[in-house]
Design a protein. Structure first.
Length: 255
């Protein structure tokens, strides 16, 4: 503890005893981190590689990330650029391949993706356009082949209604995709357009099959419309959203 306290005090003394460059002061620690601080307390945190080259920098204001943050590959090319506001990603965020071409462009609002995210092949050709709202992927994914052709074949939601009321008081909505894929998650989906929000409840699934179970006891019945949302992972690693409204009606009239 005494050694840690001494090192901490030594670091603080080092910061405040460093040379001034105009209105800035600098200090670099053993971890390769360097703070550049101006007289208003605004700062930039630089991180360096072992060879002394710049690994990344992040801008701060009022002790929060504000402005641009950049990280570099070993070859010196940019790995990503992120815009921050009050430590939230806010604005354009760009990731790059190590050859310098753009991999992904996203627009953030207070830490959540908003609008169309674009992904690119390493060659620079467009790979996908993925719509987001309030941080959640939406219906409308567009994917392209390496030669620029729009992909059109995607699975649909299939279902079966299974009646087990006679012996188990259960009515089951069985869900699966038309291509029998296991790379899928199912949800009950609720939209609230007036608040511009949505909510989803995960449905238990195994090996690509989801089962939504209704317990209906003697004399009870159910009649409702379920909005089912399937999130399917494509061969390109993107999420393809499928929504389907299913009418569920059952009446346990047994004596």
């Amino acid at each position: 503890m005494k050694r840690s306290a001494f090192l901490c005090m030594l670091f603080i003394v080092f910061i405040y005893s460093c040379d001034y460059y105009g209105s800035q002061k600098k200090s670099r620690n053993k971890q390769g981190e360097e703070w550049i601080i101006n007289e208003d307390g605004d700062s930039v945190l630089n991180r360096y590689k072992k060879d002394g080259s710049l690994l990344s920098f992040t801008t701060y204001k009022n002790r929060l990330k504000n402005g641009l943050a950049v990280k570099y590959y070993k070859n010196g090319k940019v790995q990503f650029k992120i815009m921050y506001k009050d430590s939230y990603k806010d604005g354009e965020v760009i990731w790059y391949y190590d050859n310098g071409n753009i991999y992904r462009i996203s627009n953030y609002v207070r830490g959540k993706i908003e609008g169309v995210q674009k992904k690119y092949y390493e060659s620079g050709n467009l790979m996908a356009e993925i719509p987001y709202q309030n941080g959640e992927v939406q219906v409308g994914l567009k994917e392209y082949t390496k030669d620029g052709k729009l992909k059109k074949i995607y699975p649909t939601i299939k279902y079966e209604l299974i009646d087990k009321l006679a012996f188990e008081n259960k009515y089951i909505l069985k869900l699966y995709l038309s291509n029998k894929s296991k790379a899928v998650k199912y949800y009950k989906y609720y939209k609230f357009p007036e608040q511009n929000t949505s909510w989803k409840e995960k449905i238990k699934s195994k090996d690509g099959v989801g089962n939504l179970i209704y317990n209906i006891y003697k004399g009870d019945y159910i009649m409702k419309k379920e909005v089912i949302r399937a999130e399917y992972k494509t061969s390109l690693g993107n999420i393809y959203v499928i929504e389907r409204t299913i009418n569920v009606a059952a009446d346990n009239k047994r004596l």
